[in-house]
Design a protein around this ligand. Structure first.
Ligand code: C2E
Ligand code: CA
Ligand code: CA
Ligand code: CA
Length: 276
């Protein structure tokens, strides 16, 4: 088994070299972007499916690159994770999101994505969450952490303990992208989540696919029995929203309501929405 690792490098091809080089370049640029403050948080509203009142905003990171324009998180988060930069970025995201949420009405939550890499360093994550709350003055119950189900696959005892410590601090926990991993509905019961976010892929064809309808019905049904809120992500039209509302899905997030937006636009939205 020892030799295997070495053998892998025999299959190293020139195009892989280019890829590795590109990632390395991206990493160096990302490091600079962190220092220069070229990262920004956008926010996308989550509204109640019935009243359409704003319940919260999800913070989504944006990188404005001087030459290449905006680089989507899908392209740089994994680079940040592999290089360890995610710790610093994640800390900044937590702080920034909590600070910005302080200028919203008290009834509005902020949801922050937590990388599995951050989740694996329990102590660091706990202290980062604690200091973001202290620094901003945001009450813990207005902060929600979104974690993906993949996190919970290994190390169950340690994960349960970390989730527990976070909940004792008073922050809320949402399971992101539910349905894309290996977790069954049993997971929902085992780890006491406050919210389950049904993955966009199911919402996408919920009006046409019987399978997706079955998943959405099962998740919404079980969650309402357990008193857990459900969030549908990627809602793009009225028909999807209607289906979700009929199934008892609590919250709606997606382009149909609003795209992720910069802070200035968000303040305007809050004023319009709450005045309406
Ligand atoms: P995610 O957490 O699943 O976030 C939802 C993604 O769906 C966002 O993409 C959002 O812009 C997009 N979206 C929302 N509504 C719709 C819709 O109606 N239709 C479609 N087609 N898409 C919609 P975004 O902002 O590009 O982020 C992609 C992923 O990057 C996120 O997926 C999340 O996994 C990661 N990410 C973003 N910000 C952060 C962050 O601060 N920290 C970490 N660790 N990951 C982040
Ligand atoms: Ca998310
Ligand atoms: Ca998601
Ligand atoms: Ca996703």
């Amino acid at each position: 088994a020892k030799g295997e690792g070495r053998n892998r490098y025999c299959f190293f091809e020139p195009e892989m070299g280019t890829k590795i080089h590109a990632r390395r370049t991206l990493e160096l640029e990302l490091r600079k972007a962190v220092e220069m403050g070229d990262l920004e948080l956008y926010y996308q509203p989550q509204v109640e499916s019935g009243s359409r009142q704003i319940a919260g905003f999800e913070a989504l990171i944006r990188w404005h690159h001087k030459e290449r324009g905006d680089i989507p998180p899908e392209e740089f988060i994994s680079v940040a994770e592999d290089s360890g930069l995610i710790t610093e970025i994640g800390r900044w995201v937590l702080e920034q999101a909590c600070l910005e949420a302080m200028s919203w009405p008290d009834s509005i939550q902020v949801a922050v994505n937590v990388s599995p890499v951050q989740f694996r360093s329990a102590k660091a994550l706990l202290s980062d969450v604690r200091s973001a709350l202290l620094l901003s003055g945001l009450p813990a119950h207005r902060l929600e952490l979104e974690i993906t189900e993949g996190i919970l696959m290994q190390d169950t005892a340690a994960n349960l303990e970390l989730l527990d410590s976070l909940r004792r601090m008073g922050v809320h926990i949402a399971m992101d992208d539910f349905g894309t991993g290996y977790s069954s509905l049993g997971y929902i019961r085992r780890f006491c989540f406050d919210r389950i976010k049904i993955d966009r892929s199911f919402i996408n064809d919920v009006t046409t696919s019987k399978d997706s309808q079955a998943v959405v019905q099962a998740v919404c049904g079980l969650c309402s029995t357990l008193g857990i809120q459900t969030v549908a992500e990627g809602v793009e039209n009225e028909q999807q929203l209607q289906f979700l509302f009929d199934e008892g899905c609590s919250l709606i997030q997606g382009y149909y309501i609003a795209r992720p937006m910069a802070v200035a636009d968000l303040q305007r939205l809050i004023v319009d929405w709450t005045a309406a």
